[in-house]
Design a binder for this molecule. Structure first.
Ligand SMILES: Nc1ncnc2c1ncn2[C@@H]1O[C@H](COP(=O)(O)OP(=O)(O)OP(=O)(O)O)[C@@H](O)[C@H]1O
Ligand SMILES: [Mg+2]
Length: 361
């Protein structure tokens, strides 16, 4: 179980010199608008990802009167120190300089539930891939080098297509075919794992949330045309070589894992027919399924939920918090309203945020 025992935030947006000692279960942060709730969630997310879910621009994250920010966390096993300047990042884990940030995600696995990142059900394909690959990475960390190589290879191919360098294409087609097949197989395995857990353990939760038995299903689309067997590199390679002339005309590769998608269904109805409330609830059910897979593998990620009551009604909050309590994960959540239906069965630590100052209640 990953637990942050101490968290220090300095010069990150409106949070200056804030040290908190969170509890092992639910940590609830209550504040009015514009006090620092989302900033706190963003800071914790940043520590686990070395990036924000809100912006790519570092300047926006650094406190307006300063030129750097620092985030430190002490977990049960690691001391994490992240320092960021506009053009420089220093990350130390147990006093050792960290080179590969994908290691950070393993040390501090974080699942986030927030409208700022967008809901997965009826979300954009990019957002869907981001949640999917987060899960794939955590069950199979070796996949991260395939993702990196994939992006490089894709860039190469697009350059060759643009500059009409026909001779070199076959070599890179074979390369991308091999990487694509690995990525697709990892995504298929992961989706099958999700479905299995879903039908065994998430179904009761789903019927509680919807007051009736519903079938929530999802389908992975590989990003390749139907005739391609996306887990077989020879099939991909054959498709690419046979369509070379066409690709040279379009000048870029519009197929592959970077175009993958997941389609969601509730009782066979496609996601875009569902109500906004149904989409939200199903997104949360999907995220809970992802958390459950990790819990089963012994990882227990930290769960961040921003503005919980703007997303869910009281009854649903109760069901979800009760469920999270049974999973044994550390939760950081924020809310405007102090009257949340908290369960008596979990340990809850409540904090207030006032103009960027966090105080335990
Ligand atoms: N780089 C920065 N430097 C200083 N202050 C900042 C910076 N970026 C954002 N802020 C301020 O931080 C404050 C808190 O923002 P935050 O988004 O955390 O509010 P919130 O509590 O989540 O509010 P809401 O309930 O409206 O979602 C805002 O007033 C914002 O202007
Ligand atoms: Mg907010």
């Amino acid at each position: 179980m990953t637990v942050i025992n101490k968290l220090f935030i300095n010069q990150f947006r409106n949070l200056n010199n804030q040290l908190i000692k969170p509890g092992k279960n639910i940590n609830l942060f209550i504040a009015d608008n514009a006090q620092g709730k989302t900033n706190l969630i963003e800071a914790i997310y940043y520590l686990g990802h070395n990036r924000s879910f809100k912006t790519k621009i570092i300047k926006e994250l650094i406190n307006i009167d300063n030129d750097n920010f620092q985030l430190n966390a002490i977990t049960d096993t690691h001391k994490i120190k992240l320092e960021k300047y506009r053009k420089k990042t220093i990350i130390n884990i147990n006093q050792q300089r960290l080179k590969n940030t994908s290691e950070l995600a393993q040390i501090l696995p974080i699942q986030i539930i927030t409208p700022d990142k967008g809901f997965i059900v009826n979300g954009t394909p990019k957002n869907k891939r981001s949640y999917l690959d987060w899960g794939v990475f955590h069950v199979k960390p070796t996949i991260s080098s395939y993702f990196k190589n994939y992006n490089k290879t894709l860039k190469n191919i697009n350059l060759l297509l643009l500059s009409n360098k026909v001779q070199e294409l076959n070599f890179w087609f074979l390369e991308i075919a091999k990487i694509s097949a690995k990525i697709n197989q990892a995504r298929v395995d992961y989706t099958n794992q999700l479905k299995k857990i879903h039908s065994n353990e998430i179904l009761p939760l789903l019927s509680e949330l919807f007051n009736s038995v519903k079938i929530f299903d999802y389908q992975l689309k590989s990003g390749w045309p139907k005739e391609v067997n996306a887990s077989d590199y020879q099939s991909i390679y054959q498709y690419l070589t046979q369509n070379k002339t066409f690709l040279l005309k379009t000048k870029y590769l519009n197929y592959g894992p970077h175009k993958a998608n997941i389609k969601f269904f509730l009782n066979s109805k496609e996601e875009f027919f569902l109500s906004r409330g149904q989409q939200k609830t199903l997104s949360i059910v999907f995220w809970l399924t992802q958390i459950l897979i990790l819990v089963k593998s012994g990882t227990n990620p930290i769960v961040l939920i921003d503005d919980i009551s703007s997303e869910l009604d009281e009854k649903k909050i109760k069901i979800i918090l009760h469920y999270l309590n049974t999973l044994n994960v550390q939760i950081f959540m924020t809310n405007i309203n102090p009257n949340l239906p908290l369960n008596k069965d979990g340990n809850t630590n409540i904090f207030h945020i006032n103009k960027g100052v966090i105080t335990p209640l």
